[in-house]
Structure formats: structure tokens, C-alpha cells
Write a protein that binds this ligand. Sequence first.
Ligand SMILES: [Zn+2]
Length: 92
Amino acid sequence: MATYEYSCNRCGSFDVKLPIGTAPTAHVCPQCSHTARRVYSSPATAFTPPAVAGLREQEEKSRENPAVVTRVPPERAASRPAHPALARLPRP
Ligand SMILES: [Zn+2]
């Protein structure tokens, strides 16, 4: 489900929750039953937690300029136990 915004000329804006991709360009106003047109706005990314926003930014940079790693960074390797199947993988 996604939240879509509509604007009624008489009552103002209101939100409608619909399955993604099914929002029509016009919707009936819940207050006056007048036809309201859809308002296209940017997604609410301002409420994204900073850690998630940082990872998204890092992922976008990696699309253009991928970082090549040959081993797991030491701080990650120490924090999680290695799965036994990882020992069978070929090493560089
Ligand atoms: Zn209305």
C-alpha cells in the first residue's frame, strides 16, 4: 500500500491509501464528493534514518565507481562468527 495525495478545489488536500501503481489521476473527495485531482510530490525520504540514508548514498556512489575489496574489513570479521562453509571458498 502507498499513500497518494489528492487535491480538492473546495476542501483542500487529502490522502488515500491504495496498492502501488493503482492510483487514478482523479479521486472522489471524501467530504464533498467533488472530483479531486492527484498531486505528484516527492517521496517522504526526509524521515529516513541517517544510517539508512548514508548507506543509500554509499550504494549510489558505488554504482558509478564500485569499490573493489579483496577481504572482509577487520572490524567486521571480528564482530561476527564465520560460517563454516566460508572456509571452503577459494582464497585469492
Ligand atoms: Zn472536497
